[in-house]
Design a protein around this ligand. Structure first.
Ligand code: PEP
Length: 253
């Protein structure tokens, strides 16, 4: 068995995509996958909930190991929560993963660490792998609080029972998301080393937990970012919407 984490390249489509155009992109990606040797990495797309079914069907038709995930889940299994979706529903729809605690959810929906922890717990209980997002704001970085913020988010958001199979951590500096800005490779290395060390006290098999970098990853900077120590993959927003760009990132490892 390999003693390093298996790389994961994950795409977060956010609130983008209608069936026709999305199918074209997914088929394009699946065709690229069919012609490549992908034994050593995992590829995941997290579309809006309305496109999960289409994506699961498309990968089945082409018999490709494309993983599919949700972008959020509720803390509860079911109930009176209009507009929400449970981890069990995502699993039932064919998902293997779900993103929790994305900074856009933390900001737009007031999700705190405790909510994120309960969502991650619900995901794990449903048999999904939770991608727990953490990251500092621009103000926090400028005030020199980055590592302290990451520690607090990890301690508050990682549930008991998390392990390398059911949990992925995505480091996404809030100021780098969708802005075209990225931290230096030294800053990414420092943050990821700190995350690795901190989860050592929270997760038994911490060395095997995948740590993704996210925030303006694109074909032009992917190889450099993915080569940083303790970076085991990427969480990609904008550049995951076009199969050609996403593929360039997938193959930059
Ligand atoms: C994201 O939303 O998780 C993200 C990293 O977005 P982008 O790649 O567009 O910065």
């Amino acid at each position: 068995m390999a003693n390093t984490p298996r790389p994961l390249i994950a795409g977060n489509w956010k609130m983008n995509g209608l069936r026709h155009g999305a199918r074209i992109q997914v088929d394009d990606l699946l065709e690229r996958m069919a012609g490549a040797d992908l034994q050593d990495r995992d590829i995941l797309l997290c579309p809006p909930a309305t496109l999960i079914d289409m994506m699961v069907a498309a990968r089945h038709v082409r018999a490709q190991p494309l993983l599919v995930g949700g972008q959020d889940c509720h803390t509860e299994r079911s109930g009176a929560h209009t507009g929400d979706i449970s981890a069990e529903m995502l699993k039932d729809a064919g998902c293997e993963y779900v993103i929790v605690g994305h900074s856009e959810r933390r900001a737009d929906h007031g999700e705190d660490n405790d909510t994120v922890r309960r969502k991650a717990r619900a995901a794990i209980d449903a048999g999904l792998t939770a991608i727990i997002c953490i990251g500092e704001t621009e103000n926090q970085r400028q005030s020199g609080e980055t590592l302290q913020v990451l520690t607090g988010q990890l301690e508050g958001s990682v549930p008991e029972g998390a392990d390398a199979a059911n949990t992925v951590i995505a480091y996404e500096p809030v100021w780098a998301i969708g802005t075209g800005l990225t931290p230096t490779v030294e800053d990414v290395a420092e943050a990821h080393a700190h995350i690795r060390e901190t989860i050592g006290g929270l997760i038994a098999d911490a060395p095997m937990v995948r740590l993704l970098y996210g925030g303006s990853v694109k074909p032009a900077n992917a190889a450099e970012l993915l080569a940083v120590e303790n970076v085991d993959g990427a969480l990609v927003g904008g550049a995951s919407l076009k199969a050609a760009d996403f593929w360039a990132i997938v193959t930059a490892i």
